[in-house]
Write a protein of this length. Structure first.
Length: 115
């Protein structure tokens, strides 16, 4: 999901959009990262939505290395939440997300998906 598709959305609309996609059994790969409060709200709303058909989500974010220099500060200031990558998927499909410096590894199960 490109940042341009979500940059004008309120936090509530962004969370609704993400959950709508994930509940369809799709994995969201989003440019940028959620704000801390958005991530908390997403988890809370997800927990309220858990039922027989929807088992929850797996979420992980990958942030580029920050060298702490002036260049990094300028990039952070200009790009704000556009820096990084966020992966959100249904727990029935995404079994595990391993986060290592510089990469995310997804372990998925095709058996959780109806074809």
């Amino acid at each position: 999901m490109p940042y341009s598709e979500i940059e004008g959305l309120s936090s509530a609309k962004l969370i609704h959009k993400i959950l709508e996609i994930v509940k369809q059994g799709k994995i969201v790969v989003m440019e940028g990262k959620l704000k801390k409060q958005e991530e908390v709200d997403l988890i809370e709303i997800t927990m309220e939505s858990i039922g027989k058909k929807f088992k929850g989500i797996e979420i992980a974010s990958l942030n580029p290395e920050n060298s702490g220099g002036v260049k990094s500060m300028l990039i952070d200031l200009v790009l704000k939440n556009r820096v990084g990558l966020t992966v959100i998927g249904p727990a029935t499909i995404v079994k595990e997300i391993k986060k290592n410096p510089g990469k995310l590894e997804l372990l998925i199960s095709a058996s959780g998906r109806k074809r």
